[in-house]
Ligand binder design. Sequence first.
Ligand code: SF4
Ligand code: SF4
Length: 192
Amino acid sequence: MITTATPPSDLSFEQSKCGQCTALCCHYFALEIDAPEERADFENLRWYILHEDTELFIDGGAWFLQINRKCTWLAGNKCGRYEDRPAICAEYDNTECDLDGITAERHFRTIEELEAYREEWVVEREAKRSRRAAAARKSWSKRKKKAVRKASRAKEALSSAKGKARKKAVRKLETARKQTKKAVRKLAQLEA
Ligand code: SF4
Ligand code: SF4
């Protein structure tokens, strides 16, 4: 019923892809919503899905709220006001559409499905966070060791340096000490 794909001239509407369909795409609309970032963000999603004719799905990493209500302009399986249909309908390409059984990455039709996903999501997010924290600890620990070695070399150089060389060694030592302090502070933050 809605298509930008021009059917071959020898095909009537009835013979075309949309003509063979029950206007699946005119029976709902979907809006992109904020993807959850925290467990608490699932509260709104739980609320949405508790309503009749409502579903949620994830497609290409984005979250969508789907409302399963048919368009009031639908007449049988055809658009009742085809020439005046909204741009989103006119621009819709039926090359790959609902009739082809294209499915989203995840689809939630009940609160139970959503809550089961939320638990998976929380476990996965925690695992990701702890992997990131471990990588950060490793990196700061390396930086600390490097800064300590640098400070020790600068201290050694300072003991025998004179004049300009002494000034340079002092600067190097100060820098190394600052870097050590910074690494220690970061590591303490990561351990907290
Ligand atoms: S779902 Fe696809 S085939 Fe069916 S009416 Fe919509 S665009 Fe046409
Ligand atoms: S306006 Fe027409 S093409 Fe668009 S959703 Fe409604 S019935 Fe379908």
